[in-house]
Design a protein around this ligand. Structure first.
Ligand code: FAD
Length: 419
């Protein structure tokens, strides 16, 4: 029996903890908030998740909302401003996505973790507690998201592209948003130099709803969320910005109300990559996981997906070490485990960071071609499930041109065959 301690009861920590319980592991999770505090607290994320990450939850037997959560069936991507639309394409995804409010999900998973035999401690873990846990356990994993204690892990300058947040983010959980006329979708609209409108359906504490995430370019006209002091002002500002900067979405937003007074959030996320091993004053080491090590801006909605995928990679590495390795979770194992995750996550970072800057020629070519080539649009829609699938051609003009040409040929031969 291995003793594993996990700090942080979020997407990655709970998923890892639950999935290790029936695998000869004794698992302790430390959470700085109880399930009740999370349920009655503020929204934390928009947590849109796609097929691969959701499949991992299903395999762990913890996908409790497949029936009740409204699906996100496709992607609708637009670039436009008050002068008109420059890019406009849509495509269905190969399988629906889902956004279950973490206020519902995490308390339910905490219960499940305890029901399956895990030990849950409610405490704000500090360095002294990490030392204690490192003494008593074979492995300590730190999955505290954006929490302070993540500073224990050194920023990786080479892998971190930005030194500062690239957007001010504002979330509104709303009722009353009119449904799209075709299928439900991850709606992304970019207004160059101003920011992005991102919207999709969700399941929140009082039933199905919609989430609107307005991402504001720092210093731009939408970057005034610090002037808001009440939930009503927050919603009014969101609607005003939609009318002004994303008018093609305004017809859906005429009668919005907040799902609850804690259904708003604004803030800034500095995209950062950190080194995976944290060293405690005693010299003992701990392993970081998910957002602690690879923190992305939410513009492409990848963090919860990453957290799910990271937890599966870590679970497999732990089990491999126990069955095929020497059973010691030493520093070379810790580094190798993160490297397995980074092999995937680096492409998520590239995908997300690329969409925080003016798009390179390759991306503009691909997005433009999606308007004429439905199969290419489908590929891009599915890439939200697996951004690595675009590597590396999406980022290189010559390679992107070749891929577009290959899709065009397929489309032409298909139409010829159909004729
Ligand atoms: C505005 C916004 C919108 C987002 N939208 C999306 C989206 O649409 N799709 C998507 O995939 N991702 C999205 N994300 C990102 C996603 O929410 C995170 O990437 C994901 O939750 C990270 O999982 P995690 O396990 O690393 O950390 P978290 O889920 O953040 O969990 C960390 C937990 O650790 C706890 N904790 C912190 N410090 C301590 C401590 N010292 N001791 C004990 N416990 C501690 C915290 O309270 C928390 O419960 C969004 C994020 C934001 C901010």
């Amino acid at each position: 029996m291995k003793k594993i301690a996990i700090i942080g009861a979020g997407q990655s920590g709970l998923q890892l903890g639950i999935s290790l319980l029936d695998k000869h592991c004794e698992v302790t999770i430390v959470s700085n908030r109880s399930g009740d505090e999370i349920l009655h607290g503020r929204v934390m994320s928009s947590q849109s998740m796609y097929d691969m990450a959701l499949t991992f939850e299903r395999e762990a037997g913890i996908s409790f909302w497949d029936e009740s959560c409204p699906p996100t069936e496709g992607v609708h991507f637009r670039i436009g401003n008050s002068d008109g639309m420059m890019i406009d394409w849509r495509a269905r995804m190969h399988a629906p996505g889902q956004s279950v409010d973490q206020r519902i999900k995490m308390p339910r998973w905490m219960d499940e973790f305890e029901k399956r035999g895990g030990k849950l401690i409610i405490a704000d873990a500090d360095i002294a507690m990490l030392e204690q846990l490192a003494n008593d356990h074979d492995l300590v994993v730190v999955s505290t998201g954006k929490g302070e204690i993540g500073q224990l892990f050194e920023r990786d300058e080479e892998k971190s592209q930005f030194n500062t947040p690239m957007r001010t983010i504002s979330l509104s959980y709303v009722n009353g948003m009119l449904p799209r006329e075709d299928y439900s979708a991850l709606n992304i609209s970019v207004n160059p130099g101003i920011g992005e409108f991102v919207n999709f359906p969700c399941l929140t504490i009082n039933g199905p709803a919609d989430i609107i995430n307005l991402e504001s370019v720092p210093g731009g006209p939408m970057d005034i969320w610090d002037t808001v002091s009440t939930p009503a002002e927050h919603l009014a500002l969101a609607v005003k910005f939609i009318r002004e900067y994303f008018p093609w979405e305004a017809w859906r937003c005429e009668n919005l109300s907040l799902t609850d007074d804690l259904g708003t959030l604004w803030g800034r996320v500095p995209p950062t990559v950190r080194k995976p091993i944290g060293t405690l004053p005693s010299g003992k080491t701990v392993l970081g996981m998910a957002d602690v090590l690879v923190l992305n801006d939410p513009v492409t909605g990848q963090g919860s997906n990453n957290a799910s995928k990271c937890s599966v990679i870590y679970r497999d590495a732990i089990l491999d070490c126990m069955t095929e390795g020497d059973g010691r979770f030493d520093d070379s194992w810790k580094q190798a485990t993160f490297d397995r995750y980074w092999d995937y996550a680096e492409w998520v970072v590239k995908f997300t960071n690329t969409h925080l800057l003016p798009p390179p020629e390759s991306v503009l070519m691909v997005m433009g071609a999606c308007q004429q080539i439905p199969a290419l649009a489908t590929t891009i829609a599915n890439s939200f499930d697996d951004p690595k699938s675009l590597a590396p051609w999406y980022y290189e003009a010559a390679a992107a041109e070749q891929v577009i040409a290959s899709y065009s040929t397929q489309t032409t031969s298909q139409s010829t065959a159909e004729a």
